[in-house]
Write a protein that binds this ligand. Sequence first.
Ligand code: THU
Length: 160
Amino acid sequence: MKEIEVISKFTVYNKITELNAEEQKVMTKAISMLDSAYAPYSKFYVGGAAMTESGNVYGGCNQENASYPLCICGERVALFNAGANEPTTPIKILAIVCHNPKVIIETPVSPCGACRQVISEFELRHNSKIKILLKGDSDIIYKLNSGQDLLPMSFNSSYL
Ligand code: THU
């Protein structure tokens, strides 16, 4: 018998200006995407942005539907936007921001399980880690160095 410990780390920043220039650019795009979110049912607005290794930034935001299960998360729209435009380029930074007019979200949003699985696939597909930046309403930003920190032991193509 042996025990295996999985350690996950993230860094806490107190304001956006503590990030490097590239990170600030992606975070600023994610914040701007909040205005395009289509969330008439939940009123939970999510903006996302993904920067590829070529330096291009692709935005996304959540897209809801009266048929609730069809709703798609903002970070997935951003990732798929990047994947559709640059299918062979690794993604280096993903920023995710949320806003709920009913509640002040002090702590940064944490992506849902489905989005974690999608982030994992993008990392494995390009064999490249994605830096993840998370933000709520306050200035606090969390930074993770890889999707692996959000989803250790992910399901992957090696089982197929
Ligand atoms: N949502 C996201 O966009 N990202 C997440 O990580 C969690 C949830 C969206 C989906 C839906 O439009 C709304 O937030 C409420 O669940």
